[in-house]
Design a protein around this ligand. Structure first.
Ligand code: PLP
Length: 361
């Protein structure tokens, strides 16, 4: 067994030490009052991290994709129209799940490596005003692009809900669910929250919760039915056994984030990224994404000529204990995805990576 790895790929990232400690706490029953107090406080911490007052805010059991699926299976019914922004793998996954929900999917695309113009999403909604929802990815981990969200708040004046993937953005870059009038937002624990993979925080606005309550048909997923899951939160009604230790871990990770403060955590991610941006060109790397839309927590950079992707990543892992991610789709073999997320968004981590890369070229 490997002692430790420095996880600088697209996720998971290395958890905070406080989180690893929390994972070792005794397991309690999921209806034990002591556990319920931790659960409730975790939900309250999630509200602060998402910047929302939404009552229906909780961690779904499962990774980020469970959060994605929970949003779509609860909000869509067969025959609905869903407008989906696609400029990478995760926008594509949203479209795929919406299709499996029986929705007619209207794709609004941008080339990989470029942001989706929010006006294109708003124009698509004007052409299909009956659309149930617009879904888009805030931080597209497959390319390192931030999709601008704030203009989409205009959807709140229509009957179309706004659904946002914040798997790689929560805790790493500004995300303001209530001010941006997001109706449903999901995340994952293993990126900027500095917690292992296993939970998907979600939050639903009052009108999204109402939409779930007034569905004509129950969601096709029993496990992810938020009417049932939400009843555990509000009435302690058993639905499924919660992953107790993961709730402790999330509670601890959110504690670290909120003690630091959201602004400070975002600034720390930005400062680490800028240190990396300053070093990579001198090593021969070229950025995929224009600086105006580059994610601080996930940098995509083309490899210098002559550096073989597979060989270099194996050497980083074997000789230096560092994992970085490879490119996806048309970028496979050509670029790296370097994550500086949560506990890893620190200058000494950047320096260790840069020194390691220097030995490869
Ligand atoms: N959405 C985005 C933007 C992601 O980066 C990921 C994972 O990398 C997911 C969704 C899916 O999350 P998971 O792999 O935890 O199921």
């Amino acid at each position: 067994m490997t002692d430790s790895r420095l996880l600088l790929g697209p996720g998971p990232s290395n958890p905070y030490p406080e989180v690893m400690e929390a994972l070792g706490r005794p397991v309690l029953g999921h209806l034990d009052p002591e556990f319920l107090a931790v659960f409730d406080e975790t939900c309250e911490r999630l509200r602060r991290a998402f910047q929302t007052a939404n009552a229906l805010t909780l961690p779904v059991s499962g990774t980020g994709s469970a959060g994605m699926e929970a949003c779509l299976v609860n909000l869509l019914e067969p025959g609905d129209a869903a407008i989906v922004g696609v400029n990478g793998v995760f926008g594509g996954r949203l479209a795929e799940i919406a299709t499996r929900c029986g929705a007619t999917v209207i794709r609004v695309e941008a080339p990989w490596g470029r942001p989706i113009d929010p006006d294109d999403l708003l124009a698509a909604q004007r052409r299909a005003p009956g659309a149930r929802l617009v879904a888009t990815v805030h931080a597209e981990t497959s390319t390192g692009v931030e999709n601008p969200l704030a203009p989409l708040a205009a959807l709140a004046d229509t009957d179309t809900l706004l659904v946002v993937d914040a798997v790689t953005s929560l805790g790493g870059i500004p995300l303001d669910v209530d001010s941006w009038r997001i109706d449903a937002c999901y995340s994952g624990t293993q990126k900027c929250l500095g917690v292992p993979p296993g939970l998907a925080p979600v939050t639903f606005s009052a009108r999204a919760a109402e939409r779930i309550r007034t569905r004509a048909t129950p969601p096709q997923s029993w496990y992810l039915d938020l009417g049932l899951v939400g009843a555990y939160q509000s009435e302690r009604r058993y639905h499924h056994t919660l992953p107790i230790s993961m709730i402790y871990a999330l509670h601890a990770g959110l504690g670290v984030l909120l003690d630091e403060g959201l602004d400070a955590a975002w600034a720390r991610h930005r400062a680490a990224a800028e240190r990396l941006y300053a070093a990579l060109p001198s090593l021969g790397f070229e950025f995929l994404v224009d600086e105006s839309h580059r994610l601080p927590e996930l940098t995509t950079a083309f490899l210098p000529p002559g550096l073989d992707d597979a060989v270099a990543r194996s050497r980083l892992l074997d000789d230096h204990g560092i994992e970085v991610g490879g490119g996806l789709g048309e970028f496979a073999g050509r670029l790296w995805r370097i994550g500086l997320m949560g506990h890893n968004a620190r200058p000494e981590v950047v320096d260790r990576l840069v020194e390691a890369i220097r030995t490869l070229i």
